[in-house]
Design a protein around this ligand. Structure first.
Ligand SMILES: *Cc1c(COP(=O)(O)O)cnc(C)c1O
Length: 386
């Protein structure tokens, strides 16, 4: 029989948002203001995020996926254009290419960082390639010097799927400023949340103007602009969507953003505690991190050395879940999904490093509200599970 204390153990998810009184008040203020969407908070939030990302322009949308889609539209991706995407990412990175009738081409990752491997990327470039998407996996910034060099050499756009890295830095440059366009998500499991939400940021005004038109059905003006002009007339120049983010969500985003820097600092402190523990466990390696960058630690991923263990990753996963440790696996290689196999003839063997890593990775809990004791509890449970 389980003891009382064991029964009361709380479930530790792999990630968790936090909402405080200030957040609640900010949302409430907008809800009673009479202006719920496409109002002043949208622009304010955009300006704040642009500032955080070290760029001039930003367009708020209602998810990170919508932001990726808007980015593909912004660069005017045409049917049949190829976009290079790492195999180790959330499927939305590649789905956004398909939404614009582009062709995602999967590139392999480095086995120790799980970041897109610039060396292996170049051989995927064809005359049809238009863009490269970098994914700052787990919150670690990609090798942007190398990626920019390749993009420049071949005349390609570089789009950063920075959904894991907001608040992080590459050689001192903030996440959001390292590519032609960068994309953030404000899903509750990310560093800061608006419930659902996303943002496209860039120093290129044309890209952001296009993204703003795209989020509003392709209409060339928004409601407030028409109101200011005393006019009802509008035109749809190209097909867009309703990807708008509400004012009360943007208000939440603004107060959440105020806490971002402290939260990432806390994530780094907890990560150091994990690092120290796992440095004494030979069967486990945390992902390799590069010096000189600031890691945003969206997630903490460990790699199991299965050859040194008598268990599979899935057995360890189940053990930990039974202990109310909310481990997860990020990600199933995108080219494994039946949709991609069917529509793009992808198959096992295309990206062997990502495929091998997929068998060994485990995401363990990391979020700013965790205490040192929680980290220790996860460490002990992982060790016991081995
Ligand atoms: C979360 C995430 C997305 C999608 O963001 P949503 O806001 O959930 O649509 C895209 N790419 C990566 C790498 C993500 O982690």
């Amino acid at each position: 029989m389980k003891s009382d204390t064991e029964d009361k153990k709380k479930f530790l998810p792999y990630g968790l948002h936090s909402i405080d009184e200030k957040d609640l008040q900010a949302v409430r203020d907008v809800l009673v203001s009479g202006w719920l969407t496409t109002g002043p908070k949208v622009e304010e939030f955009e300006q704040q995020i642009a500032l955080c990302a070290g760029v001039s322009y930003a367009a708020a949308v209602n998810s990170g996926t919508a932001a990726l889609h808007a980015a593909m539209y912004a660069i005017d991706l045409k049917p049949g254009d190829e976009v290079i995407v790492p195999a180790m990412t959330f499927a939305a990175t590649a789905n956004a290419v398909v939404y614009q009738k582009g062709v995602p081409v999967f590139a392999d990752v480095d086995g120790q960082t799980l970041l897109i491997d610039p060396e292996k990327l170049e051989e995927k470039i064809t005359p049809k390639t238009r863009a490269i998407v970098s994914v700052d996996y787990a919150g670690q910034m990609c090798d942007y010097d190398a990626l920019r060099q390749i993009a420049k050499k071949h005349g390609l756009y570089l789009i950063a799927d920075a959904c894991h890295s907001i608040g992080g830095k590459y050689k001192g440059a903030p996440s959001g400023s390292c590519a032609d366009l960068s994309v953030f998500s404000f899903h509750p499991v990310k560093h800061m949340t608006t419930g659902e939400g996303g943002m496209v940021v860039s120093d290129n005004k044309t890209f952001i103007d296009r993204a703003k038109q795209f989020r509003n059905h392709g209409i060339t003006t928004d409601f407030r602009q028409r109101e200011a002009q005393g006019s009802w007339y509008y035109e749809i120049e190209e097909l867009g969507f309703n990807y708008r983010l509400t004012d009360f969500q943007c208000a939440l985003g603004i107060t959440q953003l105020e806490k971002l820097a402290d939260n990432i600092k806390k994530r780094n402190i907890l990560a150091r505690q994990y690092d120290a523990f796992f440095s004494n466990i030979p069967q486990i390696s945390p992902l390799k991190t590069e010096d000189g960058n600031y890691h945003a630690y969206h997630i903490y991923v460990i790699q199991l050395h299965l050859e040194a263990l008598e268990k599979t990753r899935d057995q360890i996963f189940s053990r930990l879940r039974n202990e109310k440790i909310g481990v997860n696996v990020h990600y199933i290689p995108v080219h494994y999904h039946p949709f991609y196999k069917r529509e793009f003839k992808t198959h096992k063997g295309m990206c062997p490093v990502a495929e091998a890593a997929y068998e060994t990775i485990l995401t363990i809990p990391l979020f700013p509200l965790m205490e040192k004791e929680d980290v220790q509890r996860v460490c002990d449970a992982v060790k016991a599970a081995l």
